[in-house]
Ligand binder design. Structure first.
Ligand SMILES: Nc1ncnc2c1ncn2[C@@H]1O[C@H](COP(=O)(O)OP(=O)(O)OP(=O)(O)O)[C@@H](O)[C@H]1O
Length: 278
């Protein structure tokens, strides 16, 4: 599907506090339909808090967050679930459900009251599970899956929801390299084929540059940099934000910026700290 540039999510002067502590400050972002975005930033910079505001898992103030020009505070949770699906950071499920049951839950926003899933819903779920390499353990209890298998089941549930916008919070944190690439390839495929807007929080800067049209870099609750991978991933910006020296070279295949950290002598400090403890 052709990408178009209509704004699908508009964030205007969004602030968020936990108690008296300011976490997000003056966030202004336009998310365009059909694009693939990454949100990067150090631990604690506010990435998850931003996603939770967009999903209305937290309650942003009126007139700060708009989905398709509608103030999110005016939408019901069902309306939101029809437009957006999420893969949270924590994928633990406390109930005794099979992997297929979990994925089927992705269809709930599309069912009428008291309506049960049809053959069509089952096929949508099967397709999502094949895409995420989870169909082979569809009957296993979710608690009995490994962390990476469970993470892929939760991604399958989000895909089965057939959202316009897919938000993923560190979806590859438990995955081996094969499944990291397969999962991001699957998300990129859905983005291209169905025009689904993707917003993914990633810690891996090199995967963020490979897959994203644009990157938001959060630091201390503010958007410090925004733009194409080449604009955002520079040696100076990475050093400033992550306090880490890196060199950046063009990726040998894609030509996108590839970040190589440079080792420092910081371990000397760690040895001193051990001495103080003993
Ligand atoms: N429920 C909460 N109550 C109080 N403070 C919170 C709460 N949730 C998060 N915070 C704080 O808000 C800040 C931002 O947290 P957030 O989870 O959004 O960061 P993040 O960028 O997603 O971090 P990470 O990369 O470690 O996942 C952190 O300082 C965190 O301690």
């Amino acid at each position: 599907m052709k990408k178009n540039n209509t704004v699908t999510i508009r964030i205007k002067d969004l602030n968020w506090k936990y108690g008296n502590t300011a976490i997000l400050e003056n966030i202004n972002i336009d998310i365009k339909r059909g694009k693939f975005y990454s949100i990067i930033g150090p631990n604690g910079s506010g990435k998850t808090t931003l996603l939770k505001n967009i999903l209305r898992h937290l309650e942003p103030k009126k007139n700060t967050l708009f989905i398709e020009d509608l103030d999110i505070s005016s939408l019901s949770y069902r309306e939101i679930a029809k437009k957006m699906a999420c893969v949270p950071q924590n994928t633990m499920v406390d109930y005794e459900f099979s992997a297929l049951d979990i994925v089927m839950m992705g269809r709930t926003p599309h069912l009428k009251r008291f309506e049960t899933e049809s053959e069509k819903d089952l096929n949508i779920c099967k397709e999502a599970m094949i895409m995420t390499d989870t169909w082979r353990f569809k009957d296993k209890l979710i608690q009995n899956l490994s962390g990476g298998e469970r993470q892929r089941v939760i991604v399958a549930r989000a895909i089965a929801q057939k959202p316009d916008i897919l938000l993923l919070d560190e979806p590859i944190s438990h995955l081996d390299i094969q499944h990291q690439i397969e999962l991001l390839d699957t998300i990129a495929y859905i983005n291209k084929k169905s025009g689904t807007t993707v917003i993914v929080v990633l810690h891996d800067l090199n995967l963020a540059t490979q897959y994203s049209d644009d990157i938001f870099l959060l630091n201390d609750g503010k958007v410090l940099s925004y733009g194409s991978p080449t604009e955002v991933i520079t040696e100076d910006i990475i050093k400033e934000v992550y306090k880490t020296k890196v060199c950046i070279i063009p990726h040998p295949v894609s030509g996108k910026p590839h970040v190589i950290p440079i080792r420092t002598e910081r371990e000397v400090g760690a040895i001193d700290a051990t001495k103080q403890i003993t």
